[in-house]
Design a protein around this ligand. Structure first.
Ligand SMILES: [Zn+2]
Length: 256
């Protein structure tokens, strides 16, 4: 356990220095990594590392081209502790459940939670770079890149690739047959579809009083934005958390 804790500290420190994590995000990364290591050992930490490193790279990929998106999304830049909890909180719960019940379905639920987080992150980070404007998953009307609830072909393909990357990354350590592999990838993708559906329907959205753009930020151009629609308490992090929970729970019931 000490070794797992120390490695997690190193990774969190690197994430902080590389500006992928805020200080609070780095602290929560140590907590998340240690708990996941407690439940799933080095394998759990390894899978978390694949998510963490590929998603950080995806965020940095063509960052300059993604600058306009920062005006729309609730948070950009280094991840804070709420974002770490939104993506890794369910992983921690499955790790604790695994440690105390030894039901192997929790392991699959963990893999799906990480696959869903990766699928969603890759879908957004790459999707905003699609050549054509994304369309609302509900109305199919074009929306600004970065708008929650928008989908593009490129983003969807990258969501699938993201989920598949996590599931295939387990291959050196687990024996999964073809059907199980496909099921886990599909469950990861379901997580990001739920995320998009919640983003299109009940996630809170605002409009800037200065520039008139729709945004998820509560402040824009130095002024408080005006409420447009959605549940006031449901921001991007809560949507992330909810969609990962749904995917992991479905997985637990399928495999349990
Ligand atoms: Zn504005």
């Amino acid at each position: 356990m000490l070794a797992i804790f120390l490695v997690t500290c190193l990774v969190a420190y690197a994430g902080y220095r590389l500006k992928s994590l805020t200080l609070s995000g780095a602290v929560l990364t140590v907590v998340t990594g240690t708990v996941i290591g407690y439940g799933f050992g080095w394998f759990g930490l390894y899978l978390l590392g694949v998510f963490f490193s590929t998603s950080s790279l995806a965020s940095k990929y063509r960052a300059v081209d993604k600058a306009p998106v920062d005006e729309i999304v609730e948070k950009s830049g280094p991840r804070d502790y709420v974002q770490v909890l939104a993506n890794g909180g369910i992983g921690m719960l499955t790790a604790l459940a695994m440690a105390y019940t030894s039901n192997e379905a929790w392991l699959y639920a963990y893999i799906v939670s990480i696959a869903a987080a990766t699928s969603d992150t890759w879908g957004s980070e790459f999707g905003v770079l699609a050549k054509r404007k994304p369309r609302s998953i509900l109305t199919f009307r074009p929306v600004e890149p970065g708008t929650s609830g928008g989908v593009s072909l490129y983003g969807t393909v990258m969501s699938i690739v993201g989920a598949a990357t996590i599931v295939l990354a387990t291959y050196p350590f687990m024996t999964l047959d073809f059907e199980v592999t496909l099921a886990l990838i599909a469950l990861g993708l379901i997580g990001s579809v739920v995320d998009t559906l919640l983003g299109a329907t009940v996630q809170r959205k605002y409009r800037c009083r200065v520039c008139g753009k729709q945004t998820e930020k509560q402040m824009h151009h130095g002024e408080a934005t005006e409420y447009v629609k959605g549940w006031h308490w449901l921001g991007n992090d809560a949507v992330n958390f909810a969609s990962i929970t749904v995917a992991a729970l479905i997985c637990f019931f399928v495999f349990g």
